[in-house]
Design a protein around this ligand. Structure first.
Ligand SMILES: [Fe+2]
Length: 268
């Protein structure tokens, strides 16, 4: 991760679990429910929709996979949480996305009434957000792999932003292809883009984002909540993993008094 800003492995999740996740996503997609109810964003012919933590997504082997938790601890320390869980469905005909990083960070400084991003070089920062990309099908050149430029994450936070031409000239382009079961972890700063889906079938992937607890993903600024879980399901999460869900509204305690008491008070 330090050298390339991305790493790919096979077999993080057991295949029976992956198949259940795929069934759940595709049945919601086929019913139109995912597009209709999922706090949708459209990206170059693909749509991204927030998924609730329910059904197979409540399996601890998924959200608190022990290998994953160890990796996250090594990359972001003990204070991290789930930023979002989305399905991204690249429909047949989805076209090439522009090259981008998911969220550069400039630590705005407010001096008097002026707010400005920090002007210096922040290239040496450790990761503040990572995406676990879990394809729910085989991914080949034809059905819209993600292209990445390994190593480019170290240029994203230079004082002067890096241009597309420099990235193309400096770093090799790699396409994340592989069989069902392969997954890729990205630093938010690595340059990447989605390639066209030339196949006849939609290409579903999960984008599972983890961030340091102080970071908020600007891509989801108008999507609330980005972590969806009911109070009842949150209670089913073992105590030791509940910190992962700190951004879910269900994780908040009510302030001072509950609504019924407040209403009674207003009537008095
Ligand atoms: Fe992206």
């Amino acid at each position: 991760m330090e050298r390339d800003g991305a790493v790919a492995f096979d077999n993080l999740f057991p295949m029976p679990l992956l198949k259940k996740l795929r069934r759940s996503v595709m049945s919601r997609h086929d019913a139109g429910e995912l597009r209709e109810r999922g706090l949708v964003r459209d990206i170059a012919g693909r749509y991204a929709a927030v998924l609730p933590f329910e059904g197979p997504f409540l399996a601890p082997e998924f959200y608190a996979n022990h290998k994953l938790i160890e990796i996250l601890g090594a990359l972001m320390g003990t204070s991290h949480c789930i930023g979002s869980l989305e399905a991204v469905i690249a429909m047949p005909g989805a076209y090439r996305q522009h090259q981008h990083v998911d969220a550069p960070l400039r630590f705005d400084r407010a001096i008097g009434k002026t707010k400005k991003g920090f002007q210096g070089d922040l290239s040496d920062l450790p990761p503040y957000a990572v995406t676990l990309c879990v394809p729910l099908c085989d991914v080949g050149e034809a059905n819209g792999p993600t292209a990445i430029w390994p190593g480019s994450h170290r240029t994203a936070l230079r004082a002067r932003p890096t241009g597309e031409r420099e990235i193309l000239q400096t770093f090799p382009e790699e396409h994340m292809v592989g069989g069902f079961g392969r997954w890729v972890l990205f630093d938010f700063r690595v340059f990447h883009c989605g390639m066209p889906n030339l196949a006849a079938e939609p290409r579903p992937v999960l984008m599972f984002v983890f961030t340091r607890s102080w970071f908020r993903d600007p891509n989801l600024a108008d999507v609330f909540p980005s972590v969806v879980i009911t109070k009842r399901n949150l209670k089913r999460i073992p105590d030791r993993y509940r910190y992962l869900f700190m951004l879910a509204p269900a994780a908040r305690r009510s302030l001072w008094e509950n609504k019924r008491k407040r209403n009674r008070h207003e009537q008095d």
